[in-house]
Design a protein around this ligand. Sequence first.
Ligand SMILES: [Cu+2]
Length: 313
Amino acid sequence: MKRRDFIKLAALAGAGLTFTRLDDKLFAHQKLSGTNPLRFPPVLNPGDPLVLDYADVEIWPGTTSRVLTLNNSFPGPSVILKQGDNFSVEFRNMLAEESTIHWHGLIVPELMDGQPKDAIPPGGSYVYSFPVIQKSGTFFYHSHAHHLTAKQVYLGHAGFIIIEDEQDYGLPSGQFDVPLLIQDKHSIYQPDLKYSPTNMDVMQGYLGDVPLINGTPDPYLDVHTTLYRFRIVNGSNARVFNLAFSDNSPFRILATDGGLKDETIEVNSVFLSPGEQIGILFDFSVFSIGDCLFRFYVIQVQMIKKYEWFYYY
Ligand SMILES: [Cu+2]
């Protein structure tokens, strides 16, 4: 796309994620936008606990933010599962208030679902354990503590869950399979992530003006000239996003909340509401090195009350 167009879009979008094409051998980033390399949370090692606590994390370069972390990671470590696994993890709540881990989208026994009524007290721990019975898909975990969910998720209690199975064979994998957690934050409190809703926010949702992607502000990702899979989760409190490439390139919807679709669907943009995820396929091979391709358009939708996430106050 033309640089002029990009500048215009950047102003519209406020912030987003920039993809810049790389030569397959020369790993040179030609920066058109995006200040910070996109971060990725670590993968949770089998047997490791998930420890919820505050920590000072460098979100904006040169300064730290006091946020909620799991194992000191913001967002929390990614939980990678295989269909047929028996997953088990000890959750340790180091906060001075209740918390839980809710496995959003997973089919698990009621007592393993981290519901508000099953709160883990301050300083307490609990072993979540369940069989992985679902097919390939992207999910995410987050706090579901009573009246504390919105605050704890906003401050950082969230992470990816990815289930892999034989349906994934032949799809982009490894570095070509990219998870993106989008969460909007209030820039007025930067670098802190203060959860401070007004009465109006409580009614209409806590809307930020700066989207963080995997906890990264103004991120970029250098990509190779090949096919990519993106697993995009909207972990915002109330913000609905409309996702599109800056040049209106079509892309293919591979998966939705129900898992992989029988057939991919070609679209030019897609709405993603809080708590929702979508998987897309995009082929970067037709672009020139230095092209700046992908921006998230931030839009505000009034009718958000129907979404589950909205009730997490
Ligand atoms: Cu949820």
